[in-house]
Design a protein around this ligand. Structure first.
Ligand SMILES: C[S@@+](CC[C@H](N)C(=O)[O-])C[C@H]1O[C@@H](n2cnc3c(N)ncnc32)[C@H](O)[C@@H]1O
Length: 285
């Protein structure tokens, strides 16, 4: 049996023949059994922990993460970044390593990094054998990487939760650690999130403390549509409210504020493909 840690041939070499559909199929098969075609893959934490972080579990949650991973790969290609086994990739807000494992096809474990503010989630990533390096960060801290050292930083469902002052700290840090020309791909909550909160069915709201909190927060803001139109950014302090909640950002806001650090390549809001909008940003060369 081959394992990702002891194989004589590195994983990107073993997996390079798999197309996207085959690679997703393999990762989904690893939900049932860690060994697929003789290779030992990372495991999964308890379904309850998966649901706690990302709202779904098992094959469904891997498929959602995989869609974003494919998006990042394509964004890299389009923006002139060649991912190789020696590339350095950071998952910002990695949770239990759902998405990091997808990059095993392209990048050696030594180049895979995950940071998160939750020791519990990072512990689950380590315990289930997700390859890579994991570092605990403070919600408003710094990144444990040298300047100009990473090729890609991505963040799935993280900036959609951060208040403005915390975002500004991390935008500066992410721009610092990326190489010139390096790519930052992050999901953000687009204005249609307001419709999602308003139109949620009664039964869903009754079952979801999160939706109830969101609804309560909406009622505290007068003329929320006008407020969003004016400020282009709204933070709803659900959860602990100080460093984490729910954040809506327009493309105008991203262009103005994120644009101070990066060239904004795209703000894609495609509800058919992704729950949140995706911003692709590149450090100026
Ligand atoms: C919705 S989960 C998404 C997890 C992961 N990106 C995924 O899609 O599987 C949000 C993650 O952001 C982390 N987080 C919360 N506040 C953060 C902060 N200030 N900086 C970095 N990560 C943070 C949480 O601990 C959590 O793991």
């Amino acid at each position: 049996m081959t394992t990702f840690s002891t194989t004589r041939r590195p994983l990107p070499h073993l997996l390079s023949g798999l197309d996207d559909a085959q690679w997703l199929q393999t990762l989904q098969a690893s939900v049932d059994s860690r060994i697929v075609d003789g290779i030992n893959y990372p495991g999964f934490p308890d379904a309850s922990l998966q649901v706690e972080t990302v709202g779904s579990s098992g094959k469904e949650t891997i498929a959602e993460g995989f869609r974003f991973y494919s998006f990042v790969l394509n964004a890299a290609r389009v923006n002139g970044i060649k991912l190789t086994p020696g590339s350095k990739v950071l998952d910002f807000g990695a949770g239990w390593g759902r998405i990091m494992r997808c990059f095993l096809r392209e990048v050696l474990p030594s180049g895979l990094h995950g940071v998160d503010t939750s020791d519990r989630f990072l512990g689950a990533a380590r315990q289930t054998g997700v390859p890579g390096t994991f570092n605990l960060i403070q919600p408003d801290g710094s990144l444990p990487f040298e300047s100009n050292s990473l090729d890609i930083v991505y963040a799935y469902s993280v900036f959609s939760h951060l208040p403005e002052h915390i975002q500004k700290i991390w935008l500066t840090e992410i721009a610092r650690v990326l190489k010139p020309g390096g790519l930052f791909v992050a999901t953000v909550q687009p204005p249609r999130f307001l419709d999602f909160i308003r139109s949620a069915e009664k039964e869903c709201v009754a079952k979801s403390a999160w939706l109830q909190e969101l609804r309560a927060e909406l009622t505290k803001i007068k003329n929320i549509d006008t407020a969003l139109e004016e400020s282009k950014f709204i933070f709803l302090p659900t959860n602990n409210g100080k460093t984490y909640g729910d954040t809506i950002m327009t493309s105008t806001y991203v262009g103005r504020v994120w644009g101070a650090h990066f060239d904004i390549k795209e703000y894609l809001d495609d509800a058919e493909r992704f729950q949140q909008a995706i911003v692709t940003a590149q450090v100026r060369k």
